[in-house]
Design a protein around this ligand. Structure first.
Ligand code: HEC
Length: 156
């Protein structure tokens, strides 16, 4: 009985270790591919925040439909980030702006991802709710989450 409990506990400890540690890339080719994929996600993120930024500045009028669509996309893209950063590319000379410490601070990095996911989800709710006074703060929260991560984990 005790033996079984112990083996379950060891199993859980091993599992939790694996979920915290990233896997190193196994080849230069894999490292390059993974890097391109994660950068592609951010390119799509950028394409979906453009209109939101313009609305926030008052350069274009608020468009509830665009806010709903783009925030939904941002949430989906954000949910992909964890997987695409699970491979540690620091062992290879890849063209990247990602700082090495991402892979030494996985828990904190995941928190930064979660902040974007939550902000995008909130913006979607706010857009659906239709209370215009909430639009700017909700968009602002999305941009704050970009900066929150870039300041720590992306080269200037
Ligand atoms: C959890 C951390 C994190 C969050 C949140 C985040 N970024 Fe980034 N971003 C990065 C990292 C790291 C890179 C560098 C990736 C690389 O070069 O491998 C990057 C790269 C980029 C790039 C350059 C992509 C390219 O062409 O290579 C853009 C644009 C970008 N981010 C925009 C945004 C915007 C806009 C937001 C918010 C809506 C955002 N990011 C949120 C970490 C983050």
């Amino acid at each position: 009985m005790i033996k079984r409990v112990i083996s379950v506990m060891i199993g859980a400890a091993v599992l939790s270790t694996f979920s915290v540690l990233a896997d190193p890339a196994k080849s230069a080719k894999q490292a390059k591919g993974v890097t391109e994929y994660r950068q592609a996600i951010f390119k799509l993120v950028k394409s979906n925040v453009g209109a939101l930024g313009a609305m926030n500045k008052g350069a274009i009028p608020f468009n509830v439909e665009t806010m709903q669509t783009n925030s939904m996309r941002l949430e989906q893209l954000s949910l992909m980030l964890e997987d695409y950063f699970a491979t540690d590319t620091t062992g290879f000379d890849v063209k990247t702006e990602a700082l090495d410490k991402i892979w030494g601070n996985q828990a904190d990095f995941k928190d930064k991802i979660a902040a974007l996911t939550a902000a995008a989800n909130n913006l979607n709710k706010v857009a659906k709710g239709g209370d215009t006074s909430q639009f700017k703060p909700a968009i602002g929260q999305v941009f704050k989450s970009c900066k929150g991560c870039h300041d720590n984990y992306k080269e200037d």
